[in-house]
Design a binder for this molecule. Sequence first.
Ligand SMILES: Nc1ncnc2c1ncn2[C@@H]1O[C@H](COP(=O)(O)OP(=O)(O)OP(=O)(O)O)[C@@H](O)[C@H]1O
Ligand code: SF4
Ligand SMILES: [Mg+2]
Length: 357
Amino acid sequence: MTTSVPVDVRDRESEDTGDTGPRDVGETLLEVDDLAVEFRGDDGVVRAVDGLGYRVVAGRTLALVGESGCGKSVSSLAVMGLLPPAARVTRGSARFRGTDLLALPPARHREHCGRHVAMVFQDALAALNPVHTVGYQLTEALRARTGASRRDARRRAVELLDLVKVPHAAQRVHEYPHQFSGGMRQRVMIASALALDPDVLIADEPTTALDVTVQAQVMQLLAEIQAERNMGLVLITHDLGVVAGVADDVTVMYAGRAVEQAPVRELYEAPAHPYTRALLRSVPRLAGGGTDADGRLPVVPGRPPAPGRVPSGCAFHPRCDLARDVCRTDVPPLAEAAPGRSSACHFSAEVLGGARG
Ligand SMILES: Nc1ncnc2c1ncn2[C@@H]1O[C@H](COP(=O)(O)OP(=O)(O)OP(=O)(O)O)[C@@H](O)[C@H]1O
Ligand code: SF4
Ligand SMILES: [Mg+2]
């Protein structure tokens, strides 16, 4: 498939160890290609992810955007080797510095991710154990993963809380999760994900449970850490408004596939896919609009399809105001719509031209 993130791509094909090394800005760290994931259930098999590809680059933030159910979390769990038992990868690869993580035996896959690719999970706030102090939880996790002594792990836990700007970290390690605000608990989860200095951090909806001001602070923190450490950051969200200030590149997903990929500024200025255009219109402060006459926030009209009930041709066609006959029969491939960007729409050029005009 075509990925369109405009980067200085260095050839690391010959590497098969995926071992650590300095991260150079512009280096491709993780390359997901043609990923497909299926769930087996009582009603048969449903495909939750169907041919997703994206590229994560050192020193850049990639936003993975799409409505609920489009496969953002499932695709990330597949990359991490953490799919639930009912799910399996049926196609594709996820190469970390040339090593296909999906081709490794499960234990090596998780071990490899433990060192190089970390994830802040969507339900992270629920993951802290209420009966242990935050310091104990960070320390035990560090010891399990590194074999560090208790004293070293404790020191590292305080350093990590400092890194994520938890004030008075040395005192706060002795406190319990309920003594932390939602935003501070999320910082603890980010600290835990950063413990082994990952090359790539996947943050799955890291701020949705937080109020707007705290959301902005946590986003800012992630952006700072990403830049300081030259990490590749994958930021998962359903809100294009959230990514405006922090992402470099955007992959828009619909029904398990990437439908548009572009650098953030180009995508916001002139979307090349009708779905992106509709998502942008649903973000009032970007669209320059606001609430409608009834005081409601605009949303993308219609609903996304359930996996297993994906429409023929272009999956977006029942909701698309540009749909024509060919859209009902032919799946549009993800193809270059302009230099450095791609779109899966039979009429990308028209959409792009209209947006620019
Ligand atoms: N445990 C499961 N069993 C069966 N199907 C599942 C399961 N988890 C997810 N799915 C299916 O996979 C699809 C993708 O789910 P996923 O959680 O990746 O969506 P998402 O894009 O992360 O949505 P959200 O924005 O709500 O987090 C869903 O539509 C759902 O039907
Ligand atoms: S292929 Fe057709 S239905 Fe799909 S987004 Fe483009 S115009 Fe709309
Ligand atoms: Mg999700």
